[in-house]
Ligand binder design. Sequence first.
Ligand SMILES: [Zn+2]
Length: 156
Amino acid sequence: MPQSFLRFVDTTPGKRNLKKVPFVELFDGRVQGVASSGSDDSRVYVSWIAGQTGNFSCSTNNNRPCGGLGGSPCKHIQAVLDNAVAQYGVAQVARFLGVDEQAASNAWQVCSNLQGTYVKEPAGQVFARFLDYLRYMELPPSTEPTPELAWFVTGS
Ligand SMILES: [Zn+2]
């Protein structure tokens, strides 16, 4: 079976694709993250989709609008959502976005329950969080608590 048919099927937590989506978080009412370009290793897309409104945005880290956005979320937003589900589980992602858990058993269904529109927004804020995240990942290993990492603990 082609892999594209399997993309949204596996909802087991902890199966993120770090190469494709190096950063994903549930933050400020949105599922947001950074997705690699399929064709250009030096380019990444900053993508988010918001709960309640379902509005979404995607652009390169240099604020060039994503060419894959029509009237619906592009493959980068779907990849970010897909990886959020892989990391947090579909129930938590659905709850966070205000989608009925019963109506969403995978990332695609979460997405299709959100009927928003494209919002143009600079990529800087999300991208800065990604860079901070990378910086923390490069901190030397330590047995001491790292206060800067406290916000990153997702818990529950
Ligand atoms: Zn995109």
